[in-house]
Write a protein that binds this ligand. Structure first.
Ligand SMILES: [Zn+2]
Length: 389
């Protein structure tokens, strides 16, 4: 029932439409047209205004031909990371890849194309289905902002699938909580050659803090990273300010709290080691300057942990079995829109679409897995009509 040729053509078409985060409008308009052509109702929420983007989340509703079946939810994100402008996809030996100068954007255009083809095939073949509600989200790549600000009043569905992970061999049930950390270290500026003893180096403090920090993989379920350091102006100036941005993630809230506190403590301790007293004539004892720290700790998103007896899991596993494939339950180290949907009351697992080496110019899409993902979705939606609503 899945039309592989049409599905391939569609994913190639939407990959060619640039859609960096906050600039998803062009691809949204194309999807709106595709969905309206098959008789679905489309509208946008106000998430775009809230995050300063050029369009909101595209919400699509397709009325079921089995009104007694429970509504089913589907989602994929429209934005991509960079370098993602002027992508030139090409098909080679069963995979799609870019020309090597940009990402491919199969993350998450493949998820979108799986949804669109599933809906097209369902309509074309008169497959039994309940109401289908779709969220094509914005700004997933910059902190799940589209799903965070989605207008939940537009949805009736209480279960469904997000299509935004690597392989349909796996169904992602668990994603971690994540905290965002920002530290600004304030030292004291001085001429590095004439009077370095009059300065406090914010770079030195920062290095001390980070060198004492546990980073990378902390345990099976916890990771931490310092991703950005900026500061300093010239080699002959003792730097007075450094900004450091990092993150910590865990499937366990207690461990996450411990890790974040550990990272904070490293900065607090390093900062407390630095002060300088200047005899500047203001007073006999001189003036003492101490290093200072500003910190911002914010929750990026809460963890998800989908019950193995929940409908998304039961439906996908039954569909996979009916089709003669296999699938494993998976715990991921990354967050996705499903983190928010689960939090907001739509139980969602995350099914892979065949995309690999994401967020690099080597990203590629395995066509066999991509088609399989759509077959699984179609069968799961058909099975969903057999559930009493
Ligand atoms: Zn993605």
């Amino acid at each position: 029932m899945i039309d592989k040729e049409r599905m391939t053509e569609h994913v190639m078409d939407i990959i060619k439409i640039d859609s960096l985060s906050r600039k998803e409008k062009d691809v949204a308009l194309k999807l709106q047209k595709d969905m309206e052509e098959i008789g679905a109702e489309c509208f946008y929420d106000d998430a775009g205004e809230k995050v300063n983007g050029n369009v909101g989340n595209l919400i699509v509703k397709l009325e079921g031909n089995k009104p007694d079946a429970p509504p089913f939810f589907l989602s994929a994100h429209m934005d991509t990371v960079g370098p993602g402008e002027g992508i030139k996809p090409r098909i080679e030996d069963g995979i799609i890849k870019s020309d090597g100068t940009t990402i491919l954007g199969s993350d998450d255009k493949s998820g979108i194309a799986v949804i669109v083809e599933t809906i097209r095939a369902i309509k074309e073949n008169g497959v039994a289905h309940g109401d289908i509600e779709i969220a094509f989200t914005i700004c997933e790549e910059i902190g799940l902002l589209g799903s965070k600000h989605i207008d939940m009043s537009k949805f009736r569905a209480r279960h469904g699938i997000v299509l935004d992970s690597s392989t349909p061999d796996r169904l992602v049930l668990r994603c971690p909580s994540a905290d965002h950390l920002e530290f600004t270290v304030h030292g004291l500026e001085a001429h590095a050659g004439l009077c370095p003893e009059n300065g406090i180096s914010a770079i030195q403090i920062t290095s001390e803090a980070i060198s004492n920090m546990r980073l990378g993989r902390i345990d099976d379920y916890t990771t931490a990273n310092i991703g950005v350091i900026s500061g300093g102006r010239a080699t002959n100036i003792i730097p007075n300010q450094v900004r450091v941005v990092g993150e910590a993630r865990s499937h366990d809230e207690e461990t996450l709290k411990e890790q974040v506190n550990h990272m904070r403590k490293c900065f607090h301790e390093a900062v407390s080691n630095y002060e300088v007293t200047l005899h500047d004539g203001l007073s006999a004892e001189g003036t003492t300057y101490v290093a200072k720290l500003d910190e911002i700790i914010e929750r990026s998103y809460d963890r998800m942990d989908v019950d193995i007896k929940s409908l998304p899991v039961v439906l996908v596993e039954a569909a996979v079995k009916n089709l003669g494939y296999t699938i494993k339950r998976h715990t991921s180290g990354g967050g996705c829109d499903a983190n928010y949907f689960n939090k907001f009351g739509i139980e969602c697992a995350n099914l892979g679409t065949g995309m690999y080496d994401l967020h690099t110019v080597n990203e590629y899409l395995v066509l066999e897995e991509f088609y399989r993902s759509a077959e699984i979705m179609l069968e799961a939606i058909r099975l969903n009509t057999k559930i009493p609503s």
